[in-house]
Design a protein around this ligand. Structure first.
Ligand SMILES: NC(=O)c1ccc[n+]([C@@H]2O[C@H](COP(=O)([O-])OP(=O)(O)OC[C@H]3O[C@@H](n4cnc5c(N)ncnc54)[C@H](OP(=O)(O)O)[C@@H]3O)[C@@H](O)[C@H]2O)c1
Length: 282
């Protein structure tokens, strides 16, 4: 990802200093005009703005721990994936050294960085974002989420959760059909060609989002208890067909908990209340 970010910046005419633990990975960038720094601290010291992308925040700490504060006055924009508390701790660490900090998340794979449709999320001080928004546009559309510096990684995590839940739904459903020798391709024509767009319609979910905010889940067109029935069938069919049962069991248990919590006569979206309630309990 670091290479993709650097290439997008170089391609847009930015002066670039690069550093990576394994220096030879930057050889192509240096051949294309980037200057190579001997350490992360040196890279920050010679640059008014530094974009960091590492595997995690532990590495971020390790890489910047030797910093003696000589970089005060610059800005670090950190695109490493992590948790909101890690982002807040990093922001405080850089602030203690007089360095402005913006946290961010790359929402596309490396080949898509800098291409139309690429989106990167940012959070932290608005003025820091505004000062860099022009340069950040080289990487993809910059979306500012708010001054809580933990928001970018929180959005990132939430969106990835949606992605994995959707993929797991498709993969498990395909495994159910595979148990009857239906190919994934054949199943997907119906599942992705018709069912998902027509029935699990994202536009209709967007229309229902205000109901989540208002905590209103009218059950006139179908209740959570009715959905529990469907989830029960998925769990039992998985068992019968000899495919993995954990995922349907967990979905069924969640619906059972929501019914036990009194949401049985409301619609399925009332599960949202159960998910939120875990936060107030913790
Ligand atoms: N790849 C994607 O599709 C994608 C998409 C969106 C977001 N992201 C996020 O982007 C970040 C980087 O992902 P990536 O795909 O580039 O991962 P990666 O290929 O594993 O690269 C990790 C980077 O961290 C460096 N690093 C690891 N341990 C280190 C240490 N102890 N000291 C110094 N440097 C160290 C690596 O240096 P070396 O080169 O020396 O190993 C490398 O530059 C992650 O937070 C990831 O979640 C990735």
């Amino acid at each position: 990802m670091g290479i993709a970010l650097a290439e997008a910046l170089l391609g847009n005419g930015h002066h670039l200093t690069v550093w990576n633990r394994t220096p030879e990975k930057a050889d192509d960038l240096v051949a294309r005009g980037a200057r190579r720094a001997r350490s992360a601290t040196e890279a920050v010291a010679v640059s008014p703005t530094t974009i960091v992308c590492l595997d995690n925040y532990e590495t971020l700490q390790r890489v910047f721990a030797p910093s003696d504060g000589s970089t005060a006055g610059g800005t670090v924009i950190n695109l490493t994936s992590g948790t909101p508390n890690e982002a807040r701790a990093a922001s405080a660490w850089f602030a203690d050294r007089g360095i402005d900090y913006l946290d961010g998340a790359v929402m596309v794979p490396p080949p898509a960085v800098g291409t139309p449709g690429a989106v990167l999320l940012y959070s932290g001080a608005r003025d820091v974002f505004d000062r860099h928004a022009g340069a950040l546009a080289s990487l993809g559309e910059p979306r500012y989420l708010g001054d809580d510096v933990g928001l970018a990684v929180l959005y990132n995590t939430a969106l990835l959760e949606m992605m994995y839940a959707t993929m797991n739904g498709w993969l498990h459903a395909a495994a159910l059909l595979d148990s009857a020798n239906v190919s994934a391709q054949e199943f997907s024509e119906l599942a992705l060609g018709w069912f998902m767009p027509a029935v699990v319609d994202y536009a209709s979910l967007a229309e229902q989002a205000p109901e989540l905010d208002a905590a209103e889940y009218p059950g006139a067109l179908g209740t959570l208890a009715m959905n529990l029935n469907a989830l029960e069938h998925i769990a039992r069919t998985s068992e019968e067909q000899g495919v993995h049962t954990d995922q349907p069991r967990v979905m069924k248990q969640i619906a059972e908990q929501a019914v036990a919590a009194g949401y049985g006569t409301q619609n399925y979206l009332a599960v949202y209340e159960l998910f939120k309630a875990a936060r107030t309990r913790s």
